[in-house]
Design a protein around this ligand. Structure first.
Ligand code: FAD
Ligand code: MLT
Ligand code: ZN
Length: 484
């Protein structure tokens, strides 16, 4: 069935035998391996329930040495594998497509070192993002990334997708924050690049090939991360606006007015916030208009002086009101209220799933034409089965999330959306994937955001790192085996 729906052929890999299972049992112990089909199901299906694999074996190593032994064996036996962390990825990268062996990193969750002075955290790849953040807060530090999936995603999964999140605008992406990586190559060899130096121009920066490579070049087992100090003061403004033009002007005002304390700038259209309100029963904190607002923004500041930051944020809001940019707004620095406001934004991806199937697009666009794509899609696709076409995202990073929800998957609706949206984004000089990656779902469209010389070099790299193509096949590059 998989191959009919996905229209791809299984690669020339071996099939797991009883002898293979016995080998892994002797290596890991029977409690660190899953063969029960019901238990495997959870690892075969993605968060958004859009991809289903048919893996019959899940392995749960507890150390780098075990990962090495697994990969060495799989490489020799030509067994394909799918590395999996929190399984919150949104592009079908973390699930097997056929019967690839799932290698779950969940049990590799030790914090190895926390240097309070330098702010460098070293840990195993299977630590949950939220747990790391909680741990760091005890020493007045924080993780440089935050996303709605923080309670489930693992740091190795975040690094493998180069996850962006809600505060990239302030803290930058993981290519900057990850100082060192330990990874295991397809043949079982360890690449020890677990540096903790901020500056180290001694040859190629090999860590970067693992950041964002979505499990296709190696399995990340340890990371060293530069962590910023925990801000003493956090303030949030939640604003209602009448048009996207006003959203843009408000963002420019925020950038200039708030300067170094601006830590996030997110936008949502009416249909996006409706998801949290209608599907999850949350309340809109802005009540001045019964019918709400066309657009909403969350503007957050993080700094070291509550009163100073509060004054700055209120004078920004006042300026925005006087300039007729916003219709309504509220500000808070109380952590409970702050979390409630953030939840309205962070839970959109969870809430929209209550409607059925969701086509999700995660695109970068030049700011001036940022929201046009939503209007274009609404005009172009007038299908009565569509529940909503909505847009929200990381405005400060030029990253829009488009959601098209329908009660269930329809092939003809998919055909109306794709490749149309990807080609549209490419024509606008945007990116077909801003932060979620290529995974399984977008391999066909990689050429719309990368030149042929870049793609050729990706294949060359893949061939060098994984000559038998066992690492996460059918992902990122298509179809790997024939091209190697
Ligand atoms: P998985 O989903 O398990 O894996 C992701 C990819 O990495 C797969 O290709 C997998 O094979 C590979 N992989 C996993 N672990 C390893 C490893 N140790 N070594 C090598 N390869 C590995 N993403 C953003 O960028 N920004 C957001 O704001 C954001 N918000 C989200 C909110 C929600 C509610 C959800 C469900 C998802 C969100 N995402 C976001 C997408 C997703 O959470 C991120 O891509 C996250 O980084 C994935 O982490 P994970 O641990 O779940 O990895
Ligand atoms: C977000 O910013 O909420 C995410 O990247 C997740 C999504 O798009 O669903
Ligand atoms: Zn996002």
């Amino acid at each position: 069935l998989t191959s009919i729906r996905y229209k791809i052929q299984r690669g020339p890999y071996a099939t797991v035998t009883d002898a293979d299972v016995r080998f892994f049992e002797s290596l890991l112990g029977s409690s660190h391996l899953i063969t029960d089909p019901d238990e495997c199901e959870h690892y075969n299906i993605d968060f958004a329930k859009t991809v289903r694999g048919a893996s019959k074996l899940v392995l749960k190593p507890t150390s780098t040495e075990e990962v090495c032994a697994i990969l060495k064996y799989c490489n020799e036996q030509r067994l394909a594998v799918c590395p999996q962390s929190g399984n919150t990825g949104l592009v079908g990268g973390s699930n097997p497509i056929f019967d690839e062996i799932v290698i779950s990193l969940k049990l590799m969750n030790k914090i190895l070192d926390t240097n309070e002075l330098t702010g460098i955290l070293t840990c195993e790849a299977g630590c949950i993002l939220q747990d790391l953040d909680n741990h760091l807060s005890t020493v007045d530090l924080m993780m440089p990334l935050d996303l709605g999936a923080k309670g489930s995603c693992l740091i190795g999964g975040c690094v493998s997708t180069n996850a962006g999140g809600l505060r990239l605008l302030r803290y930058g992406n993981l290519h900057g924050n990850i100082l060192g990586i330990e990874a295991v190559k397809a043949n079982g060899d360890i690449v020890d690049a677990l540096n903790t130096l901020k500056k180290n121009n001694t040859g190629y920066h090999l860590k970067h090939i693992f950041i964002g490579s979505e499990g296709t070049l190696g399995i990340i087992t340890k990371v060293a991360i530069q962590c910023p100090p925990l801000p003493k003061a956090k303030n949030v403004a939640f604003l209602g606006l009448a048009s996207f033009d006003k959203v843009l002007k408000t963002y420019f005002l925020a950038k200039h007015h708030l300067g170094e304390i601006l830590s996030s700038c997110e936008m949502m259209d009416r249909l996006s916030i409706d998801v949290s309100i209608n599907n999850l029963g949350m309340k809109n904190p802005l009540t001045s208009r019964e019918d709400g607002h066309e657009f909403y923004m969350i503007i957050e500041t993080s700094g070291s002086h509550l009163v100073h930051d509060e004054e700055k944020l209120s004078s920004f809001v006042e300026k925005a009101i006087n300039g007729d940019l916003i219709e309504d707004g509220t500000m808070t620095n109380e952590s409970k209220k702050l979390n409630t406001i953030w939840a309205l934004r962070e839970r959109i991806s969870e809430g929209v799933l209550r409607e059925g199937y969701v086509f999700k697009y995660d695109i970068s666009l030049p700011l001036l034409s940022f929201y046009n794509v939503i209007e274009v899609l609404r005009k172009q696709i007038r299908d009565p089965r569509i529940i909503r076409i909505s847009g929200y995202g990381h405005l400060g990073d030029g990253n829009l999330h488009v959601q098209v929800s329908i009660p269930e998957y329809y092939e003809d609706v998919a055909a109306q959306l794709e490749p149309f949206i990807f080609e549209y984004v490419s024509k606008c000089q945007g990116s077909i994937s801003a932060e979620h990656g290529i995974g399984f779902k977008k391999t066909k469209y990689l050429h719309l955001s990368r030149s042929s010389s870049e793609i050729q070099m990706m294949y060359d790299l893949k061939k060098m790192m994984d000559p038998n193509g066992i690492l996460n096949p059918y992902k990122l590059l298509e179809p790997i085996i024939e091209k190697l």
